[in-house]
Write a protein that binds this ligand. Structure first.
Ligand code: PHE
Length: 388
């Protein structure tokens, strides 16, 4: 049995798609109001606030997938309606908006969030209500450990940390690294720990470990201490705004060693804020539009058409994949009942998606390759792919 809808999606012309869209930020949708009898899918994303570009990109990918499926006739004979809520990049909001999506709106599945701390807040609510949740790109292992209704379509940080530790050892040829962690973020703390484990295994030395709080503006005290420890590189597992400011201040202090991080760096804001201070630095992520399958090429073309020439980033691709994986499960389940969709999600095998082939493992994670990118002339240049 063919397990995916993709050929269907691929053959679509985006222009024919737009007329059929149903979406709303819980306001009447762009198509003029809620669609009667539609299957409601909830999405929670950081559309504003500190990590706004994460939510916006992820949402654009997700919405595009829903539009394509609707244009191809929907699923189980019905159209899909995407209800999107903004978490404002703030703690507390995920619980509020996901409760609303489930209790008030009656969504049958939830897509989100990008940031692990915010996925961790919403996951117990989805679990309790037996509403399957699929995170597009939260990589902290604890997210899916919440329970058997919680899935993701991306790799996890024990892998990402290993990838960057090996990169430091093999490509940077570094033996002495400093780690600078955002203690407000589960993602950052996890990734720092997994990086460290592997880097020590590689025979490397962590010369110092320092903390910051996501949203800080002044990192000079810690960067001065890091410089004094004389590292050959600094691992900064943070999000883009902080990473950019850290790069600027590191340069000002004459800390001229490579900085490198994980997927949290991925935003056009990294270079907008960091300018030449982020040049030459590296990060790992889920996807690059520069490489990939036929499906990925179609995705890039359609995304550019749909979103005014903008190139998709990893968040957009993961957002797209989260939606097609959930809808494929609903289709195979032949039902929108939580327990049935949950089972179908757990049985997802070799599903062709934009970011790679997705098989959901026993931990409800996807085992997938990572890519390493370098900031070059204000752009993210593809360097290499690392298989699990
Ligand atoms: N993986 C990050 C987290 O778990 C979120 C993220 C995903 C950021 C993809 C950028 C790109 O918090």
């Amino acid at each position: 049995m063919k397990r995916n809808l993709n050929p269907l999606f691929l053959s679509l012309a985006v222009t024919s798609v737009l007329a059929l869209v149903t979406v709303g930020c819980n306001k009447p949708s762009e198509s003029g109001g809620p669609t009667v009898g539609a299957i409601k899918i909830g999405e929670f994303a950081s559309l504003t606030g500190k990590e706004a570009t994460f939510g916006i990109s992820s949402h654009e990918g997700t919405l595009m997938a829903i539009e394509e499926i609707n244009a191809a006739g929907g699923v189980l004979g019905k159209k899909l309606e995407l209800l999107t809520e903004d978490t404002q990049s703030k703690p507390g909001e995920p619980a509020t908006v996901v409760n609303k999506l489930i209790s008030r709106d009656g969504v049958v599945g939830i897509l989100g969030e990008v940031a692990s701390s915010r996925s961790l807040e919403a996951a117990p609510i989805c679990q309790q209500n037996k509403i399957p949740m699929v995170s597009p790109s939260s990589t902290n292992p604890k997210v899916t450990e919440t329970g058997d209704y919680i899935f993701r379509v991306c790799f996890i940080d024990p892998f990402q940390g290993t990838v960057m530790a090996n990169f430091a050892t093999k490509t940077l040829k570094a033996t002495k690294i400093a780690i600078f962690t955002d203690v407000k973020s589960d993602y950052s703390k996890g990734l720092a720990k997994f990086f460290k484990e592997q880097f020590l295994k590689n025979g490397g030395q962590i010369v110092t470990e320092l903390d910051f709080n996501g949203g800080d503006k002044d990192f000079k005290a810690q960067l001065t201490a890091i410089k004094a420890a004389n590292p050959e590189g600094v691992f900064v597992p943070g999000y883009y705004t902080d990473a950019a400011l850290i790069a600027i201040q590191a340069k000002q202090l004459g800390l001229n060693v490579p900085l490198f991080g994980g997927d949290g760096w991925e935003s056009e804001k990294l270079t907008e804020i960091g300018k030449d201070s982020v040049e030459g630095h590296y990060f790992s992520t889920h996807y690059s539009p520069e490489v990939g399958s036929e499906m990925s090429k179609h995705f890039v073309e359609n995304y550019r058409k749909r979103w005014g020439g903008k190139s998709p980033d990893a968040l957009a691709a993961c957002g797209y994949d989260s939606a097609i994986v959930l809808i494929d499960a609903i289709k195979r389940a032949g039902s929108t009942e939580g327990p049935k969709v949950r089972e179908a999600l757990a049985a997802t095998k070799e599903f062709k998606a934009v970011t790679g082939t997705i098989t959901i493992n026993a931990q409800r994670d996807a085992s997938k390759s990572a890519v390493i990118l370098q900031v070059k002339d204000g752009k993210f240049k593809y360097l290499e792919t690392v298989e699990p």
